[in-house]
Ligand binder design. Sequence first.
Ligand code: OAD
Length: 240
Amino acid sequence: MNIPPELIRIMQQSDHIAVLTGAGTSAESGVPTFRDAQTGLWAQYNPMELATPEAFARNPQLVWDWYAWRRELVAQSAPNAGHYALAAIASHAAKFTLITQNVDGLHQQAGSENVIELHGSIRRIKCSHDNDIVTEWGEQPRCPRCGSWLRPDVVWFGEDLPIDGLEAAWQAAKSCQLFLIIGTSGVVQPAATLPRIAAEHGATTVEINLEDTPLSRFMDFTLRGASGSVLDELKTAVYA
Ligand code: OAD
């Protein structure tokens, strides 16, 4: 792919670059996305039976087992070229904010710091009663202190996003000069809103995705392709 020279110039001149990533960013690491037909998790599983507080109240074992399976998948996967390119871009930019909807921790594993995890982390486990993080438990997934069921520290449908992360993401969208939105279908809030906020505050917006999304037509640039290779090319073109 040819990176537009105008985009290279804008990126080189941007003091603050903000990035929002979604499941597509980890697809090349073998982590399934949610909404891709055939391969997406929501094509095979009903989110309302697995990713809501009500589902957990009805059948905590089923929900625990499903997340344990995904945690294992994530543990066996490794960051791809896109995760590494973002960590490298961060080291060049004067200011860089990485916001992710992913719960897999692969950005951090690739060396990214201060990642804003809007949907939490599948790698962290918390007590479902008081939300305290738990690192060890026995045979059963029960809180060692109070005996309540343990659950992943992720945001389920119907739950609030972490307020600190949300505010930091909002601030970044408002103050950045370049906003990249990568590998997300852009149908879950606030993913859909952040690039609009950025554009309203004068940022250049760029989408990297295999396909068109509802956000594509509002973007200044759309780079079509797999995020791993596109980000690697972008990093090389801008900072070579
Ligand atoms: P989706 O599964 O909705 O969208 C994945 C996007 O990535 C699609 O637009 C694909 O076209 C694109 N894509 C797939 N492979 C790609 C690749 N190799 N390179 C570039 N793009 C690629 O995932 P999200 O938008 O992240 O929330 O989903 C948002 C939220 O909905 C998730 O965080 C999750 C889900 O329900 C919760 O579980 C709370």
